[in-house]
Design a protein around this ligand. Structure first.
Ligand SMILES: [Zn+2]
Length: 256
């Protein structure tokens, strides 16, 4: 029995080493020219989303602005977490003057709070419409973790684009959404990231796949460490195992 377990551990270790090598050797942005746009808004729901899920994108994009739709005040730490948000983005290379958050009574952090997509659309449009932002990066309809605030964030972005012509007098930005994966894939780190390299290459998709270099991975860790109030033990486990620390598959999403 012990011999079988030892053999399995050795095989898993070998698979991990090979997959890490694949990710390192193919690292960078895999996307058609211009797919990421010139100026992107990273639209999130809570402080720490940017570090836990979007760090490869934020670190790879030439120009990122940020809008976070809440202060993450579910435990009364909204003021602290807003400060942590700015520090986290600083660790990812985004200056404070490009980081915004809202503290809106209708958009409070919580699994049981329903966020109205039309209300989100108004807030995001007020930021995007008068700017030269040409790309919005946010969650998809799985919200990475099925968190209702994440899903509402996606729905709000979609609603904004569907009502764009009535609001704004310039071309609508493109929408890139972060692919949600099942937990079996989500928590297998570089193994899942290597799988995405192969799947992305074979698919011939217009989607972008962004792979973190070792330096980017460590910058992502530093960003998460800015969220001191959130560093409970299972977050460390997340940082070691999550595929989102290594890879962001951004799906080109049509607002139809
Ligand atoms: Zn979140």
């Amino acid at each position: 029995m012990n011999r079988k377990v030892n053999r399995l551990v050795r095989q898993l270790f070998l698979v991990g080493v090979v997959c890490t090598a694949i990710v390192l050797l193919t690292g960078g942005v895999h996307a058609p020219d211009g797919a990421l746009g010139k100026k992107a808004l990273v639209l999130t729901a809570h402080p720490d989303d940017e570090a836990m899920f979007f760090s490869p994108t934020v670190l790879s994009h030439p120009h990122v602005s940020a809008l976070c739709l809440s202060t993450g005040n579910a435990e009364g730490l909204g003021g602290v977490r807003a400060t942590e948000l700015v520090a986290s983005y600083a660790a990812l290379g985004v200056p404070a003057n490009r980081v915004a958050y809202v503290d809106d009574p209708a958009l409070q952090d919580g699994m049981d709070t329903a966020w109205d997509p039309a209300h989100i659309a108004r807030i995001v449009a007020a930021r995007v419409c008068p700017s030269d932002i040409d790309t919005i990066v946010t969650f998809d309809n799985g919200g990475v973790s099925q968190h209702p605030n994440h899903i509402a964030t996606f729905q709000g972005a979609l609603h904004m684009l569907r009502t764009w012509d009535a609001r704004c007098k310039r071309p609508a930005p493109r929408l890139l959404t972060l692919n949600s994966f099942s937990w079996r894939i989500k928590f297998t780190g570089t193994i899942a990231a290597a799988g995405q390299v192969i799947a992305h290459t074979l698919s011939g998709t217009r989607d972008a796949l962004i792979l973190a270099s070792p330096n980017m991975y460590f910058a992502g860790l530093r960003a998460m460490h800015a969220h001191v109030s959130q560093l409970v033990w299972f977050r460390y486990l997340y940082l070691v195992t999550s595929v989102y620390m290594h890879a962001n598959w951004l799906h080109v999403t049509e607002a139809t």
